[in-house]
Design a binder for this molecule. Structure first.
Ligand SMILES: [Zn+2]
Length: 254
């Protein structure tokens, strides 16, 4: 007999409530309700730009092609210019609340939108980097990302070097600290909550498999089943991120 949604919510809440080392693992789907379009699929950045503009070699060869698209991404993420600032939604807020309550030890995100930090998550692994700073490809210096540092068509370091956003480009490695921290969290967790991630972008996509192999209970929140659902997931909740997390929080806090 198939469990009802209410039964599945109760099972997930019980696992989260009992967790000694809860870990949140999130992707683009958690930010959709904040108004950030996913990269892939309808309305995604990649419908309008060739993904090669964020390939490291392409960027270094022709930064003047890449920077207009990068600036458009910053506008979408950070709400600069005439856009309203983007705010965390209920799903980000519940993860931060659970961290404050000691249920969640680490949030691992593949997103570069900064919304977990804005919601108050502290022990955060930003697997693909972030949009808070720029790094000089010549001298390694970091500058804050703001209107001033990104004013030029192709932003440059005071040393003359090319500035690159501090998120991970195609053809670029995952920051070693993020790899180590997410690996450790996935090995230690006894309850992993997946929100809005479909498991297509490696190496991040392997983390729920690692958690499962180490005995974690895995909760998945996605509107549709994904490659995780039948492979590693104990409870699948086919809901929007914000609604699912609010309903779980009510049960966990009861
Ligand atoms: Zn420099």
């Amino acid at each position: 007999m198939t469990a009802t949604l209410a039964e599945n919510l109760a099972r997930a809440a019980e696992a989260i409530g009992n967790a000694r080392y809860g870990v949140g693992f999130t992707g683009a789907g958690i930010s959709v309700e904040s108004g950030i379009p996913p990269f892939r699929g309808e309305g995604g950045v990649w419908n309008r730009y060739d993904p090669s503009i964020l390939d490291l070699d392409t960027f270094m060869r022709s930064p003047e092609r890449s920077w207009p698209a990068i600036k458009e991404m910053f506008t979408a993420f950070l709400g600069t210019g005439d856009r309203t600032p983007v705010e965390p939604n209920a799903a980000h807020r519940v993860l931060a609340k659970w961290e404050a309550e000691g249920r969640i030890k680490t949030v691992i995100t593949q997103n570069i939108d900064g919304l977990h930090e804005a919601a108050g998550s502290r022990n955060l692994v930003e697997f693909h980097g972030h949009c808070r700073s720029l790094v000089c490809l010549s001298c390694g210096r970091r500058l804050p990302l703001n209107a001033e540092t990104t004013a030029a068509d192709v932003p440059k370091c005071p040393c003359g070097g090319l500035l690159k956003p501090d998120f991970v480009f195609f053809g670029e490695g995952i920051p070693p600290e993020a790899l180590a921290d997410s690996d450790e969290a996935a090995r230690r967790t006894d309850c992993m909550v997946l929100v809005g991630t479909s498991g297509v972008v490696y190496p991040a996509a392997s983390l729920p498999f690692l958690a499962k192999r180490n005995g974690a209970f895995v909760v998945e929140i996605n509107p549709e089943p994904t490659s995780y659902t039948d492979a590693v997931v104990d409870v699948f909740l086919p809901l929007k991120a914000g609604e699912a997390m609010e309903r779980l929080d009510e049960l966990v806090s009861a």
